[in-house]
Design a protein around this ligand. Structure first.
Ligand SMILES: O=C(O)/C=C/C(=O)CC(=O)CC(=O)O
Ligand code: CA
Ligand code: MG
Length: 390
């Protein structure tokens, strides 16, 4: 495949072919595959059955078709890119389109699967207790987030206001968050639904999950710190979660699979399995264009198959378009931390961004997170902070 010009270092080589939803001029949004810095408009080149699916404004109809169709479609696409006569008339430069939210999000679950992150946050939020709570190595801890505020990359993030209370203050005040943060995460996109009352086993991960996106789970640490006991994160995290526009298939990520770290103590049987994988993905976090961190995904404690099994073990069903995210990804090094609260030790030790001391997000700041698994890129998720609405 040499006829399409794929720029060096492009996240979207000819073996990736992620799917996304684009709007071109005043045409209706529809589905395309990324290649280099172009998009293949899929509806006009697809078979009659798939043409309708690719003319949709979200990936949900395609995702609902299930693993056999996903695999056939990938094989077809890998082949299609060699067919210059078929493809060339339907290439659109990415610079000419607006990328939209790729899925209509069903439910959104946010896990807490990075041992390093959970340990760091435990120390910061609960300095007098053991950082990892007793349940942490027995189950992938998570909570249900707000699906309706999962937004497309590029959406402005309005600084949230809410109740704030410093630990030593007598009473809360109301106002704009002063500790607005990012969370670098990997998001898993559910395709095939499950039936209510029937848990999904770890072995069925590939049957249900289509692919991944990059997630920035914006978090207001001051709102969170006051509200979260005992029911967990609420308004401190529900105001916006940004996701990248291109959904990279698990098939494309196959070459990046790695074994899970050893799990000790052993997990209960419903979380155990032979083929529990992780992915060797590295993120890059930039604030106003300056690299601040490179969190590594590969050492995440819990496999996405275990997250899915745990999320459904009580019989809760999953639906097409559900999104579940890994939780903040942090490595062991200072330059591998996936949130500002960790990077700055809760604001006590500023980092340097563009030569200046930096703690939490300021109005006007733009955060861009990219990710790649070797040559397979996930693209980027970006968002800019706008002032609180009074
Ligand atoms: O330990 C806590 O109380 C707080 C944890 C988080 O804020 C993390 C969270 O929302 C899940 C994650 O992204 O890792
Ligand atoms: Ca999160
Ligand atoms: Mg959120």
């Amino acid at each position: 495949m040499s006829w399409i010009d794929i720029p060096d270092g492009s996240p979207f080589g000819a073996d990736n072919l992620p799917l996304g939803v684009f709007r071109h001029g005043d045409q209706e949004p529809r589905i395309g595959a990324a290649i280099g810095d172009q998009i293949i408009d899929l509806a006009p080149v697809a078979s009659a059955e798939l043409a309708d699916v690719f003319a949709q404004p979200t990936l949900n109809a395609f995702l609902a078709l299930g693993r056999p169709v996903w695999s056939e479609t990938r094989a077809w696409l890998l082949d299609l890119v060699n067919d210059r006569d078929a493809v060339e008339p339907h290439l659109i430069p990415q610079s000419a389109v607006t990328m939209l939210l790729p899925i209509e999000v069903g439910d959104y679950v946010d896990f807490y699967a990075s041992e390093q992150h959970a340990t760091n946050l435990g120390r910061l939020f609960r300095p007098d207790a053991e950082p990892l709570l007793p349940n942490w190595k027995h189950l992938p801890v998570g909570y249900h987030g707000r699906a309706g505020t999962v937004v497309a990359s590029g959406t402005d993030i309005v600084r949230p206001s809410g109740q704030l209370k410093a630990p030593d203050a007598a009473a809360p005040t109301y106002g704009p968050s002063q500790r607005l943060d990012i969370e670098v995460e990997l998001g898993y996109v559910v395709g095939t639904p499950s039936a209510l009352g029937k848990p999904v086993s770890v072995e069925d991960f590939h049957e249900h999950v289509y692919g991944v996106v990059v997630v920035n789970d914006w978090s207001a640490r001051d709102i969170q710190g006051w509200e979260y006991v005992p029911l967990g994160p609420f308004l401190g995290k529900s105001f916006a979660t940004s996701i990248s526009p291109w959904v990279v298939s698990l098939d494309a990520l196959e070459s990046a699979t790695v074994d899970l770290p050893a799990q000790d103590p052993p997990v209960l049987p419903y979380l155990a399995g032979k083929n529990l994988v992780n992915y060797d993905i590295t993120f890059e976090v930039r604030i106003n264009g300056h690299l601040v961190s490179t969190p590594p995904y590969r050492d995440i404690y819990w496999s996405p198959a275990q997250m899915l099994a745990h999320m459904t073990v009580n019989g809760a069903s999953i639906r097409t378009g559900d999104l579940y995210a890994s939780g903040t990804v942090s490595g062991t090094e200072q330059d591998q931390l996936g949130s500002l609260i960790e990077l700055t030790k809760a604001g006590r030790e500023p980092i340097t961004v563009d030569g200046k001391d930096y703690t939490f997000l300021q109005d006007g700041d733009e955060v861009t997170i990219t990710a790649h698994a070797g040559p397979i890129g996930l693209g980027e998720v970006t968002g800019r902070i706008t002032p609180a609405v009074s």
